[in-house]
Design a protein around this ligand. Structure first.
Ligand code: DGL
Length: 303
């Protein structure tokens, strides 16, 4: 696979990344690497589809920003994605962005959106009366959306919210670079906190955490299930394709995956890529998830 992260930056446009006759891809957006496992599962279910994932690294992290800022940034990022890739739908593969801006996105754009929310409904089905831990960004844990989900789907359980912004940064800059032992060391404190809180089930309320799910499970032990929304979201993507009658034709896959599925990273040098761990992390993740890596320079300069 040819990986392009260096060289003179040029804005990526739809005419440079796809031919005008290509079928419309499924778009993904996250502040960084969090949504990649969602794309992977969606691709398993929809092997003929082409995917374009925008990692809005330029505005990473979303989770420490206020709601208005996040909304403006997300709308701008979706406009970029629509402008460069003409997606037939956009998966907002970020809990923070979904919780804060999904309704605004649906009111602003005419394409369908699939959002990601913490898997509290399945957690409620797992423990009828117990303690549900939600590991998420500061913004998500503070959002009334999460406590409303508990009221609706797990009314007899206690909610224990654990903000873990530092963990997001660690995953964004190094999850594919560091050793498994390093991941276990970093997770020790949040895992101990969850155990001390006598949690019955843990919900990963930030998409970045899917990357360290196995290590967290190892530390928590077999008695504490760790839930995420990957399967539910991937199935919803399939449903939206079916409902809109926009499922890619089988022959599209024949020309090769990498040509069709892209990882666009905004921010470039200003956020440490290329050079440094983040750039290497992106290179390795692009290879692992079989995506072609491209620098993307947003036209809109939202700060
Ligand atoms: N991946 C995002 C989420 O699911 C958050 C990361 C960030 O703070 O930017 O909430």
């Amino acid at each position: 696979m040819e990986v392009q992260t260096t060289g003179k930056k040029r804005p990526v446009t739809s005419s440079t990344i796809f031919s005008a006759t290509a079928e419309q891809p499924i778009g993904f957006l996250d502040s960084g690497v969090g949504g990649l496992p969602y794309l992977q599962r969606a691709r398993e279910l929809l092997p003929e589809e082409r995917f374009v994932y925008l990692a809005d690294r330029r505005h990473f992290p979303y989770g420490v920003r206020n709601r208005d800022e996040i909304r403006a940034i997300v709308i701008s990022a979706v406009s970029e994605l629509v402008g460069v890739a003409r997606p037939k739908m956009v998966v907002v593969a970020c809990n923070t962005a979904s919780v804060v801006s999904l309704s605004e996105l649906r009111a602003t754009f005419s394409i369908p959106f699939v959002g990601v929310v913490p898997a509290i409904k399945p957690a409620g089905a797992t423990v009828e009366k117990g303690r549900i831990g939600v590991l998420a960004t500061e913004r998500t844990v503070e959002d009334p959306y999460v406590s409303n989900l508990i009221r609706e789907f797990a009314p007899n359980s206690d909610l224990v919210l654990v903000p873990a912004g530092r963990l997001v940064e660690f995953i964004e800059t190094g999850v594919a670079v560091v050793s498994r032992d390093e991941i276990l060391t970093v997770l020790k404190i949040p895992a101990e906190k969850l155990i001390a809180e006598s949690i019955d089930v843990v919900v990963l309320g930030c998409t970045h955490f899917i990357h360290i799910r196995n290590e967290l499970s190892q530390l928590l032990g077999p008695g504490i299930p760790v839930l995420d929304s990957v399967e539910g979201v991937a199935r919803q993507i399939v449903r939206v394709c079916e409902q809109t009658g926009k499922t890619a034709r089988a022959q599209q896959a024949a020309t090769g995956d990498q040509e069709h599925s892209l990882l666009l990273v905004s921010g470039g040098e200003s956020r440490g890529a290329p050079g440094g761990d983040a750039a290497e992390n992106y290179r390795r993740l692009a290879a692992k998830f079989n995506l072609q890596l491209l620098d993307h320079e947003p036209a809109d300069q939202v700060r």
